[in-house]
Design a protein around this ligand. Sequence first.
Ligand SMILES: [Zn+2]
Length: 441
Amino acid sequence: MKLISVDTEAIEQHYAVLNRIGPVDGDPDNGFLRAPYSAAETAAISYIQQVARAAGLNCRFDAVGNLIVATPGSFSAWVETGSHIDTVPGGGNFDGTAGVVAGLAALLAIHSSGTVLQRGLRLRIWRGEESACFGVTSIGSRAAFGRLDASALMHNYAGRSLAEAMLEQGADPELIRAGRPAIDKHERDSIAAFLELHIEQGKVLEACGKDIGIVTAIRGSKRSWVNLHGTFDHSGATPMGPEFRQDANLTMAYIMVRLDQLLRQANSEGADLVQTAGLVNPPQQPGSSLPLGENAITKISGAACFSYEVRGCDAESVESYCDRAFALIRETAEEFGTTVAIETFSDQAGIPNLNPELQKLMTESCMALDLSYTSLPSGAWHDAGTLAQQVRGDGTTIPVGMIFIPCYNGISHSPDERSTPLQIARGASLLATTMIELASI
Ligand SMILES: [Zn+2]
């Protein structure tokens, strides 16, 4: 096995530039805002392009604006890596960006090693992975494979529709409108393997003191609004008890506690699921006619609403758990005399198994590089998940692997999100060593 080592200086050098692109109010301590298809995202991509070109790598953009960096030469098969460089508002500069920086450093290190490759190497910088702005996740990677629903183009952020934001950054929304992929079949079928390095966004690696997490699976998510209708009434004059009060907020509280008990039970029986009610009675809920604004201190609540998200790697177990959860929600609403409507607005299946051969190869590479490692599933969705869902012409799916690196206290989507140059460099060395092994076959 040929070992490629990426040094921390390379990582620090890229971060010195990227820390100046999109910090909130000009200060990285406030976090970053590089929205999908924004000028800041384009500027960060342009930096990567400039460095790659200067080192003799080829660069091009696909029709939806993803940057593709490739080693020179023509190959029938390619070993690829990639991640995203956009951020959530006020997020850190590591979620996504660490994978792009590591990918760039890996390609540069391999290229300068002068190794003769049997397969080419590519780095893809996917646009707009974060859903915080336009409400859709993995915009660039899904659009690349023709898997982005055209309705997403109408979603608005900062006074622009996604279609308008794309046009401003030189990308073509028409392809999405027509349901056509930006990557043609031949190019899709030439992807021999895809690896994504990402910060863990959790505390497992830090807690067990490991350098590397080899990702086994990716959680998908099913997201719904639970809308409850009760009866507005006088809070002083109405006696207690569901025969007198149809209290929407109280029903919601009971539902949440019972859902927590239901999920704990399901996990104790072997399921691996998480659930969250992230938004409660939001002031603006898209498409809702619930009179949430009429709730008051002196009124029994006539309306309540919460977002309900269930995540799991295995779509079937998410589905069967949601059936039980929805039944429990309906029973509880009935018990309290309220009516309920459950509206599922997003259903993204997880990836139950990332490619086992790639996991094995990454394990061997860790041992050869003397890096400590453990295996774990990914709680969050990633562009790698989109790749793992793509079926090639021969009926096989694209083999996908993921490398996690530790991040401070497991914090992500926050200005405190960070990984050290050493942590990123170790991950980049594993990425480079695994890619060169795959490219030498
Ligand atoms: Zn990410």
